[in-house]
Design a protein around this ligand. Structure first.
Ligand code: FES
Ligand code: FES
Length: 177
């Protein structure tokens, strides 16, 4: 049997000390060792996108990475999105626009689209379709997901505007307004 090794994973701002075989995938470690089962496993071949998490600001398929490779990196899973009862704008938009049915694919879509929107705050429909082209959904259809991303972009812009309007003069100066 392969010897297990001790590693530390930084997930959603918390450190998890785990003992894993070197061949253990990151998605298995996240789910089995850290108890974060919101990240789903579909194809295990990098095709469906269900296992997507955010690592150091990039969407990554966690079935294609070994847990040992994720040491020292900042990992975000779907559990990090809501702030208590308050949903992330992308989650709220998915619900408002009926962008999920069984929900199996949803964590992967969210974790793919959030860094996309962070990099492209005002995306076109074509850009959104391209961004989600690597994620498979077998029951909802993509139209509502595209609508959700457009809505999340609007919500994000409004929130940023509100924050800027509420900023103190000192804060405004700090952000270069
Ligand atoms: Fe990782 Fe399908 S489970 S891409
Ligand atoms: Fe069921 Fe996407 S909502 S697979």
């Amino acid at each position: 049997m392969t010897e297990k090794i001790d590693i530390e994973l930084h997930i959603n701002g918390r450190s998890h000390a785990v003992r894993v075989e070197p061949r253990k995938t990151l998605v298995d470690a996240i789910r089995d060792e850290c108890g974060l089962t919101g990240t789903h496993i579909g194809c295990e071949h990098g095709v469906c996108g269900a296992c997507t998490v955010i690592i150091d600001d990039d969407a990554v398929r966690s079935c294609l990475m070994f847990a040992v490779q994720a040491q020292g990196k900042r990992i975000r899973t779907v559990e990090s999105l809501a702030d208590g009862e308050k949903l992330h704008p992308m989650q709220a938009a998915f619900i408002a626009h009926h962008a999920l049915q069984c929900g199996f694919c949803t964590p992967g879509f969210l974790m793919t689209l959030i860094p996309f929107l962070e990099e492209n705050p005002d995306p076109s429909e074509d850009e959104i379709r391209h961004a989600l082209s690597g994620n498979l959904c077998r029951c909802t259809g993509y139209q509502n997901i595209v609508r959700s991303v457009l809505r999340a972009a609007e919500l994000r812009a409004t929130a940023e505007q509100a924050t800027a309007e509420q900023a103190t003069p000192q804060q405004a100066e700090q952000v270069g307004r």
